[in-house]
Design a protein. Structure first.
Length: 94
């Protein structure tokens, strides 16, 4: 039997990380500045890279139905990671 994807521990960890990113976004809007923009982008890259690693590790041993959902999570992680990496390369808007 495959592992359950909707475990409360995984949802809790994603929720905490999402709230942390939301707090950084609010801080960025309140304070601004190019250094905070870079910090937000690099922390986002780090968090999304950890999500991608977690999702790849989770793919082992899943049923085909669960694997489809896990692959969708991995696809979204990679897409968001690419957007934040571009944000790191471009820099802060002027």
């Amino acid at each position: 039997m495959g592992r359950r994807l909707g475990s409360s521990r995984a949802r809790g960890a994603r929720g905490v990380a999402s709230l942390a990113l939301l707090g950084l976004a609010a801080l960025r809007l309140a304070v601004g500045g190019p250094w905070l923009h870079a910090l937000y982008a690099w922390l986002g890259v780090a968090v999304l890279a950890a999500y991608a690693i977690h999702d790849v590790a989770r793919l082992a041993g899943l049923t085909p139905d669960d694997a489809v959902e896990a692959c969708l999570h991995l696809y979204l992680d990679v897409a968001n990671l690419a957007l934040l990496a571009l944000d790191c390369l471009v820099g802060a808007p002027e």
